[in-house]
Write a protein that binds this ligand. Structure first.
Ligand SMILES: Cc1cc2nc3c(=O)[nH]c(=O)nc-3n(C[C@H](O)[C@H](O)[C@H](O)COP(=O)(O)OP(=O)(O)OC[C@H]3O[C@@H](n4cnc5c(N)ncnc54)[C@H](O)[C@@H]3O)c2cc1C
Length: 337
């Protein structure tokens, strides 16, 4: 096990923030976890890192960064209807998507091209284009780093919510996911509820969409709208879409007739955070190297050498103006370190 010291994290976070980690270990298998427990660099101050696509580092990290690179994709069981796949936490999410699309295992295709690793997917219950991880998630394995024991969590245990799970709450920071199991369908089961996907199907004149066609369409839609972190530093949506009561919504709608929203199954109304930010005049606005992305206001970008603190200050200003104009407090989706 190699322990690196004082290394730059710039290439390990998609925002491209140049901070240093005091200690850095790349975890390649479970056996190394026992080694870490008995290592002198193991401390209370540690952070588990996947692809770094949902984090904002605001200062040097004076502890241990554990970069999860546990690999492997395996088919565990299957019958004529379903298949159970297990993937190591360090597998690149898109590699797992490609594997499932190639084998026609339905359920994951709408989550195509989400950056990051398999192990991070349950943390915020990743979701896009009408699908969420929780709908295909079976269970996961990992280590409780405080009690130093292995544990398994099933779907219910994970307490999944909108960009939320137990790992962002009571287990925050000390549960290391090592593998994730998904239950996928072998029968065609397209999820076409999302309007841009329907529009794309019409445009391409497709009748019965194959899993590969859906995955391709989602990739194309994403590429046309979202900044590629290899070109412009970003961590996707900076804030969650706020959920408000119907009463508050009716009140707001009187003043803002074109408010972009939809009612959820639980009865609350979800408002587009991107719309709120855009209405406050932030879309495309730049301060130094930080900006709100010109095609999607909800994404904050680093055009080069922004510091984490500068991104955070920008985000605070955005939050302040949204609160002043709409009375809504935006909550960060990304993890601020
Ligand atoms: C351009 C772009 C588009 C995006 N689009 C979407 C989208 O459509 N939907 C969506 O949901 N998200 C989206 N994201 C956010 C991000 O891709 C996801 O949240 C992804 O799951 C993060 O994976 P990661 O490996 O990069 O995690 P990191 O950023 O490395 O970590 C995120 C959190 O997970 C924890 N973590 C990581 N690995 C483990 C592990 N093995 N065990 C325990 N904890 C762990 C970290 O400690 C941290 O708290 C987007 C990001 C970008 C840059």
């Amino acid at each position: 096990m190699q322990i690196q010291e004082n290394i730059s994290l710039k290439k390990y976070n998609t925002f491209g923030i140049d901070v240093k980690a005091r200690y850095f270990i790349e975890l390649k298998n479970e056996e190394q976890i026992e080694e870490i427990f008995s290592s002198e660099v193991n401390s209370e101050k540690r952070f588990i890192l996947g692809g770094g696509s949902n984090v904002l580092f605001t200062k040097n990290y004076e502890g241990l960064i554990l970069k999860n690179s546990i690999s492997g994709i395996n088919k565990l069981t299957e019958d004529s209807n379903e298949v159970i796949i297990e993937a190591g936490a360090g597998v690149i999410w898109q590699d797992l998507v490609n594997y499932c699309v190639k084998n026609k295992y339905w359920g994951i295709e709408n989550l195509s091209l989400i950056p990051g690793t398999v192990g991070a997917a349950p943390i915020q219950n990743i979701g896009a284009y009408g699908q969420e991880l929780k709908n295909i998630f079976l269970n996961l394995n990992g280590f409780d780093l405080l009690e130093k024991v292995k544990r398994n969590y099933n779907n219910e245990d994970c307490q999944f919510g909108y960009r939320d799970s137990i790992f962002k709450n009571s287990l925050k920071g000390f549960f290391l996911i090592t593998s994730v199991q998904l239950k996928l369908s072998k029968r065609a089961n397209p999820i076409l509820s999302y309007q841009p996907v329907m529009d794309e199907i019409d445009k391409r004149n497709i009748n019965n969409s194959t899993i590969a066609q859906i995955s391709d369409m989602i990739c194309d839609i994403r590429k046309s709208k979202l900044p590629d972190p290899n070109e412009i530093g970003n961590a996707g949506s900076f804030f969650k879409n706020p959920e408000i009561s119907e009463n508050t919504f009716e009140h707001l709608k009187k003043e803002f007739k074109d408010i972009n929203s939809y009612k959820t199954e639980s009865g609350v109304v979800k408002i587009s955070a991107g719309w709120l930010i855009e209405k406050c005049g932030w879309k495309g606005k730049r301060k130094g190297d930080v900006a709100s992305f010109e095609k999607q206001a909800l994404i904050l970008v680093n055009y080069g050498n922004a510091t984490g603190k500068e991104v955070l200050d920008f985000a605070e200003e955005v939050k302040k103006t949204v609160k002043e104009k709409f009375g809504i407090l935006l909550i960060e989706e990304i993890n601020i370190i």
